[in-house]
Design a protein around this ligand. Structure first.
Ligand SMILES: C[S@@+](CC[C@H](N)C(=O)[O-])C[C@H]1O[C@@H](n2cnc3c(N)ncnc32)[C@H](O)[C@@H]1O
Length: 255
C-alpha cells in the first residue's frame, strides 16, 4: 500500500525530462535514461528486484554509489560487472590503473569493500615517457594532464576507506609491488587513457586474472591509445571481449 504511494511521490519529484536535457546539453552530452532496475524508473519492476536483486545480488545489500552524473551507463555497467564477480564467487583482488580523483574507485570499493583493492596512479598526471609513445595525437593526449590530485584527496573522496584499500603511487609498471606480483585478480579497471600504460596493464594483469575474472578498459571507443593497446594485445592473445555503450565506449575482456 505504502510502496506504490512512495513510488508515485518519487516520480513526481523527479526533474522533468526537458530540464535534464538542458543540463545534459550544457555538459555536451545527451540524456541517458535510467535502467529499469533503477527504482526511479517508471518501469521499475519491484517483483524482479525482490527476486533477483537488481543492481545487488538477490537477498544482498551492497552499497552502490553511482559516480558519473553524466555517464549513468558507466556507473551501472561497473556495478553490474561487480555483481557478476560477486555472484560467481570469482576469487582474487581488484585493481585500478588510473585513479585521478577516485570516482570510479569509490564506486568499486564501496560495492566490494571486502576485496583487496590496489589503486595505481602517478597521482601527478601523465608522464612525458608515456606521452612520447602515443602514436596518434588527438589533443587530449598531447600534454600533461590529471596532475591536480593527491593520495589524500582521493582518500577523502572515497571515505570511509576500509583496510582493504591499498594506494600504489608512482609510474606503472615500475610501481607494481611484490604483493601485487604474487596476487591473483578478479576485476581490473584500466583507465589510464594512453597506449603505453594500458598495454603494460594488460600484460601485467591478464596472466594474473582468475578464470571468470574481467579487465574493464575505459575509452576503447574514444581514445586511440586505448583502442590500439587492446587491439594489439588481442592480436597475440585469444581474448573474448565485449564492447560497452557507455560514453567513452569501454570494452570488457573476459577470462
Ligand atoms: C582518466 S584519469 C582516471 C579517471 C578515474 N578512473 C575516474 O574515475 O575519474 C587517467 C589517470 O591515469 C593516470 N596514469 C596514466 N598513465 C599512468 C601510468 N603509466 N602510471 C600511473 N598512472 C598513470 C593519470 O595520472 C590519470 O590520473
Amino acid at each position: 500500500m505504502l510502496r506504490p504511494l512512495v513510488q508515485t511521490f518519487r516520480r513526481f519529484l523527479q526533474p522533468s525530462a526537458s530540464w535534464l536535457d538542458r543540463q545534459a546539453a550544457k555538459q555536451n552530452c545527451t540524456l541517458q535514461s535510467l535502467m529499469d532496475i533503477d527504482e526511479r524508473n517508471r518501469w521499475f519492476p519491484p517483483e524482479f528486484r525482490q527476486r533477483f536483486g537488481g543492481f545487488h545480488p538477490a537477498g544482498g545489500s551492497r552499497r552502490y554509489l553511482p559516480s558519473f552524473p553524466f555517464d549513468r551507463v558507466r556507473s551501472d555497467m561497473i556495478a553490474l560487472l561487480l555483481r557478476e564477480i560477486v555472484v560467481n564467487h570469482v576469487p582474487g583482488s581488484f585493481a585500478e590503473l588510473g585513479v585521478h580523483h577516485g570516482w570510479s574507485a569509490r564506486l568499486i570499493h564501496h560495492y566490494c569493500p571486502e576485496r583487496r583493492f590496489y589503486l595505481l596512479d602517478t597521482f601527478a598526471g601523465f608522464t612525458a615517457h608515456d606521452l612520447k609513445h602515443e602514436t596518434v595525437a588527438v589533443g587530449f593526449n598531447a600534454g600533461p594532464a590529471f596532475a591536480d590530485t593527491t593520495v589524500e584527496l582521493v582518500r577523502a573522496n572515497i571515505a570511509p576507506v576500509g583496510t582493504t584499500l591499498e594506494f600504489v603511487p608512482g609510474w606503472f609498471p615500475a610501481s607494481a609491488t611484490a604483493a601485487m606480483r604474487d596476487d591473483r585478480f578478479a576485476f581490473v579497471h584500466l583507465d589510464a587513457d594512453l597506449e603505453a600504460p594500458i598495454t603494460a596493464g594488460l600484460e601485467f594483469f591478464w596472466p594474473r586474472l582468475s578464470p571468470g575474472g574481467m579487465v574493464l578498459v575505459h575509452d576503447y571507443n574514444a581514445w586511440p591509445g586505448a583502442r590500439q593497446a587492446v587491439d594489439h594485445f588481442r592480436q597475440h592473445h585469444p581474448v573474448r571481449a565485449v564492447p560497452m555503450p557507455d560514453k567513452a565506449g569501454s570494452i570488457v575482456l573476459l577470462k
